[in-house]
Design a protein around this ligand. Structure first.
Ligand code: SF4
Length: 340
């Protein structure tokens, strides 16, 4: 999503007459499009600002993206003051929408995966207890189907044939008029002439409808690689995470998907070391992973994010070394195929 936002920021700056340089030290203006999903990503932003300051030159720095959103969207002003204490007063902090909205025509970059990125929604209303996204990106907003289809059409005319639909909660997209659900939107995209491959990121399990499964099964140009975040395979941890499903619900959904799309390859996100995750709870996650047989997993160690419910309710009680051990086990089992 940040890549897609950067393509829109780039277009806006170009329109204003800015020219892109290759080396950071040649820039008069540096835009940092930040991520705060984990503490390490946030720390990289502070490190980068320090590095730029130490370089001697004094380019104007604008901080945007999720860290800026987290600071600017907080009505109390507390987050902004906290951020100011970290980065000083000389860095401008701007919401992404102040640069470019979802309807800004992007200046596209080539991506390693070959897809052209098309955001269809932004923000999230789910408030999973560990997640900072609803605070940094705000509430969920869906783009009108007409605008999305126009953008895809335009890409196809220009020779793109691979389209990735993006949203923090991509499959909860909703529309007015003829195309109301994400399944209908995906089908409308998949049946456009010239489209060879389409995919979407990131879907949540509770909005993964039967209609969506059928649309994927029916249209061979929709990628067979489906990303379905699990986060944990333990019911008590899932409840504390405020993920609206149990391990059994998740496995039932996987069974339905595999039945309808036999060549599907499932990938996932998992958090290890969430507060209160016992060895038994971790073993439950491994059990679900064994049962699903994920192709790939993005395993992350729980990182308390300021302002989220999990920080307020649960102490970060799994020691870092234990989080690392659990990360190694899952990463080895799923990504390195080392077995259980
Ligand atoms: S659904 Fe995804 S983006 Fe939304 S709060 Fe949960 S983890 Fe965050």
């Amino acid at each position: 999503m940040n890549f897609a936002d950067s393509e829109r920021i780039r277009a806006r700056l170009k329109k204003e007459g800015w020219r892109e340089v290759v080396r950071r030290q040649d820039a008069d203006l540096i835009i940092i499009n930040s991520c705060v999903v984990r503490e390490s990503a946030e720390n990289r932003v502070y490190g980068l600002i320090n590095e730029i300051r130490k370089s001697g030159r004094k380019p104007k720095i604008i901080l945007t993206g999720c860290l800026a959103g987290w600071a600017r969207r907080d009505q109390t002003g507390r987050n902004l003051r906290q951020l100011r204490r970290r980065i000083g007063d000389d860095v401008e902090i701007k919401l992404i929408d102040q640069f470019a909205g979802l309807e800004t025509k992007p200046q596209r970059q080539a991506h390693a995966d070959g897809y052209a990125y098309v955001p269809i929604s932004n923000g999230c209303n789910n408030f999973c207890s560990y997640c900072i996204v609803p605070f940094s990106r705000g509430r969920e907003v869906s783009r009108p189907a007409k605008a999305i289809l126009r953008e895809v059409q335009c890409l196809l005319r220009r020779g793109h044939s691979k389209i990735m639909l993006l949203g923090q909660n991509v499959n909860s997209w909703w529309g007015r008029g003829r195309i109301k659900t994400f399944a209908q939107l995906l089908e409308a995209v998949a049946t456009m002439e010239g489209l060879k491959d389409t995919t979407f990121l990131s879907a949540n399990p509770w909005d993964f409808s039967n209609d969506l499964i059928n649309v994927i099964a029916k249209n061979k140009n929709i990628s067979r690689s489906v990303h379905l975040p699990l986060q944990s395979g333990d019911d008590e941890i899932l409840r504390k995470m405020k993920r609206n499903y149990t391990a059994a619900d998740y496995l039932n959904l996987v069974t339905k998907i595999k039945k309808a799309i036999p060549d599907v390859k499932l990938t996932t996100d998992i958090i290890v070391g969430f507060p209160g995750e016992t060895e038994k709870a971790f073993e439950n996650t491994r059990k679900v992973c064994r049962a699903v047989g994920f192709e790939k997993a993005f395993v992350s160690r729980y990182s308390p994010r300021p302002g989220t419910l999990s920080v307020k309710l649960y102490p970060d009680d799994v020691p870092p070394a234990e989080k690392k051990r659990r990360w190694r086990i899952l990463n080895g089992m799923i990504n390195l195929k080392l077995g259980t």
